[in-house]
Design a protein around this ligand. Structure first.
Ligand code: HEC
Length: 106
């Protein structure tokens, strides 16, 4: 699934691991931090899929990472990714805190 994230440009702004400092994060939050934040939340996958497709501007999900990421919104990814692929990626992201290095390399 990592190849999908790369091919869709997600990795320009997101990395797999937290860098431990909001000044060092690329632009968006790390996959593992997203997984931690939404762990156990009902409908998280569906809500995040919408956010990935439409962006996190106010009105389409809002900004949730003001203090942990660079404090900017995620632009809409509609052009880059289909809703089906976004949903697949979100489910992979939400499971990323359980994956070991082997799984992540796939
Ligand atoms: C231009 C930079 C950029 C790109 C490209 C990008 N993101 Fe993001 N993403 C962000 C930022 C910034 C945030 C934090 C926004 C916020 O505060 O809610 C974010 C947040 C998220 C979140 C959490 C949203 C929430 O409501 O908590 C998910 C999931 C996510 N991105 C997935 C993706 C996926 C999948 C892709 C590829 C299709 C992608 N992103 C591409 C910058 C980007």
């Amino acid at each position: 699934m990592e190849w999908l994230a790369k091919s869709k440009g997600c990795n320009i702004c997101h990395g797999p691991e937290s860098t431990g400092s909001k000044d060092k994060v690329p632009i968006g939050p790390a996959w593992k931090d997203i997984a931690k934040k939404y762990k156990g939340q009902k409908n998280a996958a569906d809500r995040l899929t919408r956010t990935v497709v439409t962006g996190s501007e106010p009105g389409s999900g809002g900004r949730h990472w003001k203090d942990q990421a660079r404090g900017v919104a995620m632009p809409s990814n509609t052009i880059a990714i289909s809703e089906a692929d976004a949903s697949k990626l979100v489910r992979w992201i939400l499971a990323s805190d359980k994956q070991d290095a082997n799984n992540r390399a796939q």
